[in-house]
Write a protein that binds this ligand. Structure first.
Ligand code: RIB
Ligand code: CA
Length: 312
């Protein structure tokens, strides 16, 4: 049976690369819709960016839905310093020809899931988990309709990227993250521990630049800009490809090593808000609510990325 996906994102440089991984036409899966959430930049810009990326890849057939403009409880925190004021740097911005759907993303997620078979739709959130949590709160029955939630978020050994102990997506909306981890759905979690193993190095950029189509050249430009912030911050050669780990898992799960762990989220402490307490060594008897990705075949990951870019 063709796998059905809903991609929830906040494009965002690495969200864009994740969409490039996902959008080549295929019979292997069907993207039912792209939902956007405020995160890297505000809702209007992530919506424009998602629709622009659909147009760039020739996928205006995929509907884009606008979701939550702010986290469940906290004020919105954005990341323009990483993703630029417009959320996409290295792309010639234009107003997409396709408008966002009139239906709110949260209602689209609920309506689509409630009309589906049990455990038949996979959610791929790569931004704050606000839309997913809002849908679970509004209609808890959707949990039984979800095959997997394949999400980018969290950190264990790597420490945080927005505070010393928290990764950005979870930090922005820790209350939403806890709702998702407590939902009973199978969560496949790609945190900084694994995403920092796939850096867009100069060698990778040269491979992407050698792919002769507009999407690949756009990916090259996006990653060239994106790399500078993390390179300065971590002294690394290239930027971590956080969000593309989610779609890489859908396309080639064998690239990753996963371990069943309990994950809880600190939602209220000022010092450690957004921290993901990943029980990797089973210090507790708590239910193992997630599969935590801790290792990736980086060469295989980049072969996959270059291969997908070559399909445009
Ligand atoms: O911490 C990395 C995550 O935060 C990625 O999803 C990136 O796009 C930002 O949203
Ligand atoms: Ca993101």
């Amino acid at each position: 049976m063709t796998r059905k996906l809903i991609i929830d994102c906040d494009p965002g440089q690495d969200d864009a690369i994740n969409l490039f991984l996902a959008l080549p036409p295929t019979d292997d899966y069907e993207i039912l819709g792209i939902t956007v959430v405020a995160g890297n930049v505000g809702l209007d810009k992530v919506s424009r960016n998602a629709r622009l990326l659909c147009e760039l890849t020739g996928r205006t057939d995929i509907p884009v839905y606008e979701g939550c403009a702010a986290p469940l409880k906290y004020p919105l925190v954005t990341a323009e310093e990483v993703h630029s004021r417009e959320g996409l740097e290295g792309v010639e911005l234009f107003e997409p020809s396709v408008k966002a759907q009139s239906q709110n993303a949260v209602d689209f997620i609920i309506e689509t899931l409630m009309a589906a078979e049990d455990k038949s739709i996979t959610l791929l959130p790569t931004g704050p988990l606000t839309n997913i949590a809002a849908a679970l709160q509004k209609e808890p029955a959707i949990a039984g309709k979800i095959q997997e939630i394949v999400l980018m978020g969290g950190a264990l050994r790597e420490g945080g990227n927005i505070t010393p102990s928290a990764e950005f997506n979870i930090y922005v909306d820790p209350h939403a993250a806890q709702i998702v981890f407590d939902s009973g759905c199978q969560c496949i979690v790609f945190g900084l521990d694994v995403t920092h193993q796939v850096l867009s190095s100069d060698a990778v950029l040269e491979r992407i630049k050698a792919v002769d189509n507009e999407v690949a050249q756009t990916a090259y430009n996006l990653l060239t800009f994106y790399g500078r912030y993390d390179a300065e911050k971590y002294g690394s050669n290239g930027a971590p490809l956080h969000d593309p780990c989610t779609m890489a898992y859908i396309l080639k799960p064998e690239l990753f090593d996963l371990k069943a762990c309990n994950i809880r989220v600190e939602a209220d402490s000022e010092l450690t808000r957004g921290h993901t307490a990943v029980d990797f060594w089973y210090a507790t008897e708590l239910p193992r609510n997630s599969l935590w990705a801790y290792k990736v075949d980086a060469d295989g990951f980049f072969d996959l990325l270059v291969g997908q870019l070559g399909k445009y």
